[in-house]
Design a protein around this ligand. Structure first.
Ligand code: MN
Length: 147
């Protein structure tokens, strides 16, 4: 797990495997909108990295380490999506696109504080609605005004 694109692959393989019980190179290529040749090349690279087992003509599956990594990457994506959804900063599509851009900068093991916040918001909808309604005018000191 060293490059953003490897993370995208592992996350996509996790989703495909979760939905169908298996993943094929063609499904992976469709999902990531890349050529089957590129998908196949990355599958072999992930096999070499010990994250997938790949057998020619038989497809591929996660190693235990790959499965764990895929699960964490998918969870990270979901947590960030839930967080941005609470912030109401755009449509579901906008939010998905933003998360695709930022997720790689969050260490998978360090999103638990964001998850805590998301869960807290889920449990305190009134508190959060109050936050969203607040225009911030009370807490923002006027700019350029000397005291
Ligand atoms: Mn993602």
């Amino acid at each position: 797990m060293s490059t953003p694109s490897q993370e995208d692959y592992l996350e996509a393989i996790w989703v495909l495997t979760d939905e169908k019980g298996y993943a094929r190179v063609t499904d992976l290529a469709d999902r990531l909108q890349i050529s089957p040749a590129s998908a196949s090349k990355m599958v072999r690279r992930l096999h070499e990295a010990g994250l997938l087992t790949y057998e020619r003509y038989r497809g591929f599956s996660f190693t235990p380490r790959g499965r764990k990594t895929g699960r964490l990457l998918y969870a990270r994506h979901q947590i960030l999506e839930r967080f941005l959804t609470h912030l109401a900063i755009g449509s579901a599509q906008d939010i998905h696109r933003i998360v695709e851009g930022i997720e790689h900068h969050f260490d998978v093991m360090r999103v638990d504080q964001i998850e805590r916040l998301v869960v807290y918001i889920d449990h305190h909808p009134n508190w959060w609605a109050q936050f969203l309604d607040d225009d911030g005018s009370v807490s923002q000191p006027p700019i350029g005004k000397s005291t």
